[in-house]
Design a protein around this ligand. Structure first.
Ligand SMILES: [Zn+2]
Length: 145
């Protein structure tokens, strides 16, 4: 489990509104599921936790909500495997994911200085980056002991 967020869910709603996000019942529910999750979740796992799935709600609609939440920095996307977790602190824009290759534990640590240095370097190239995922595989403290 990543560092548990100490941010109340109401603060996420407000931060989203501050960024022009329009909250829908589905986007609220997706955020609530991730806010209460003990581990990063895939879109299908989020979909399975939704109430009233019989209403024809597709997993693709979960992906659309995740894209909005990621765009508002409320959710952190992990690239491999594709999982999502609540941002421990939505005021932090970049995270480094620390992934244990043994027990699959994932922690995230703030990485704004790394992301800033990377963005600066990318600006010196002709490549236009849109999103960077910083991930490090290794062993957690418990598995390394
Ligand atoms: Zn481990």
């Amino acid at each position: 489990m990543p560092e548990a967020t100490t941010t109340a869910i109401g603060a996420y709603y407000q931060l989203g509104r501050d960024q022009g996000m329009s909250w829908t019942p589905l986007s609220r529910k997706v955020l609530q599921i991730l806010h209460g999750a003990s581990e990063p979740l895939g879109a299908y796992a989020i979909h399975r936790r939704l109430p009233n799935r019989s209403g024809g709600r597709q997993a693709t609609s979960v992906y659309r909500q995740l894209a909005k939440l990621i765009g508002a920095n409320l959710v952190v996307a992990l690239a491999s495997p594709k999982r999502f977790l609540i941002s421990p602190d939505p005021t932090i824009l970049s995270w480094l994911a620390l992934k244990c290759a043994s027990c699959a534990r994932v922690d995230v640590i703030p990485a704004e200085a790394i992301a800033s240095a990377l963005a600066k370097r990318l600006n010196q190239t002709s490549f236009i980056g849109s999103r960077v995922h910083l991930e490090c595989w290794g062993l957690c403290r418990r598995c390394a002991a």
